[in-house]
Ligand binder design. Structure first.
Ligand code: HEC
Ligand code: HEC
Ligand code: HEC
Ligand code: HEC
Length: 270
């Protein structure tokens, strides 16, 4: 085995360069994720350095809500004004009640609840099903009076959510969506995953990836006995992916880079 003394100066420079490169890559990838992103609220308080706790808890999660895994926030599905009430003459799909992952996003983004209200505060004890604030002095509700980033309870000015994909007609009775009600939509991919039919619009490598446009399976929402794919906030957004703003000024947390309206064109056949 070589000792340090036997390394040539070229080898030294190479090793030093590689160390720098790895450090840079590590910092880049850490930044590209949820850490240090707008979804990392740990920078706003001295009470915790935990990043995930504002959204997830490993134990004692909100069990009355299954729209997002191990969800650490109280959710409120009441009081929303919906896109469908505009009665645009071109709308085909039906809206289910506001739910699934959209309700998780709206537990901060509807502006009605402080963003640090969690079911299980960090550390021992401190579990409360009705929620406790981590740092009331420093973290409050979603900033702004709307419509963004505080979407408010008025969703009429937002892209429809909790809406059937492709105008309905895509369900467990026809998983391949061969009779999709609306030809204006691209046909999604489908597979049975964990015993339930799942759909997504593929944007690259075959199989369901986080960078695909995820459709969310919901059961008995429009027609009893069917399970269908729905468009939710998480179809276009990945709350951990701050990397998607590859173009200066682009919004973070998109599933894919939206250059040339790539996100819109993934679903809409336009
Ligand atoms: C601002 C809120 C928020 C924060 C902070 C957050 N998550 Fe999430 N996370 C979500 C939501 C919402 C979902 C559901 C997303 C979906 O349906 O694809 C999710 C889903 C997940 C999933 C399952 C789906 C996937 O994308 O892999 C894992 C695992 C996960 N989060 C881990 C973490 C970890 C670990 C952290 C901290 C480093 C974290 N999350 C921080 C909101 C958050
Ligand atoms: C996940 C798939 C998906 C993505 C991505 C998507 N949409 Fe949609 N969009 C839908 C569905 C489903 C509807 C409901 C349409 C219907 O049932 O007629 C809809 C409805 C609309 C409507 C209203 C149609 C009406 O008749 O009232 C507009 C406008 C629209 N989308 C534009 C966009 C734009 C712009 C983007 C990109 C920022 C986008 N969509 C991204 C699935 C998607
Ligand atoms: C714990 C609270 C919380 C939850 C839950 C949450 N967000 Fe956020 N989100 C924030 C905060 C804080 C900001 C920064 C707001 C600002 O601009 O000051 C933000 C900003 C954003 C932005 C704008 C990013 C940019 O580049 O300006 C998007 C997009 C977004 N969130 C989407 C989502 C989606 C989609 C979900 C659910 C999957 C979600 N958020 C869940 C707190 C939250
Ligand atoms: C059909 C796709 C789609 C759906 C569904 C969707 N978004 Fe977005 N959202 C986008 C796109 C694309 C952008 C970036 C727009 C831009 O560049 O101005 C965006 C931007 C945002 C922003 C930042 C706006 C700004 O100008 O700072 C927030 C916050 C946000 N979305 C939250 C949500 C939440 C919460 C939901 C669910 C209630 C949701 N989005 C559902 C596609 C979607």
């Amino acid at each position: 085995m070589k000792t340090r003394k036997q390394l040539t100066s070229i080898q030294y420079v190479t090793r030093f360069g590689l160390t720098l490169l790895f450090t840079w890559f590590f910092q880049q990838s850490a930044f590209a994720a949820v850490q240090n992103s707008k979804h990392d609220l740990s920078g706003q308080t001295a009470n915790t350095d935990a990043v995930c706790v504002f959204c997830h808890t490993p134990h004692g999660a909100n069990v009355t809500f299954d729209g997002a895994p191990l969800w650490n926030k109280v959710t409120d599905a009441t009081g929303f004004s919906r896109y469908s009430t505009l009665n645009t003459s071109t709308l085909d799909g039906a809206e289910a009640p506001v739910g699934s992952v959209s309700l998780a996003c709206l537990s901060c983004h509807d502006g009605t609840q402080a963003m640090d209200v969690v079911v299980n505060v960090p550390g021992t004890g401190g579990h409360s099903a009705t929620g406790t604030q981590i740092d009331a002095a420093n973290i409050g509700n979603m900033p702004g009076t709307g419509p963004i980033p505080n979407l408010t309870k008025d969703l009429r000015d937002d892209h429809p959510i909790s809406i059937q994909y492709g105008g309905g007609g895509c369900s467990n009775n026809d998983p391949a969506c061969t009779n999709m009600g609306d030809a204006d939509f691209n046909t999604p991919d489908t597979a049975v995953i964990n015993n339930i039919q799942q759909w997504w619009v593929d944007t690259g490598t075959a199989g369901r990836q986080k960078t695909d446009i995820i459709l969310y399976t919901r059961a008995d929402e429009i027609t009893t006995g069917t399970i269908e794919p729905f468009v939710e906030c998480g179809s276009c957004h990945d709350p951990h992916n701050a990397e998607s703003d590859q173009v200066a000024g682009q919004v973070q947390f998109l599933r894919i880079d939206n250059t040339g309206s790539a996100i819109c064109l993934a679903c809409h056949n336009k």
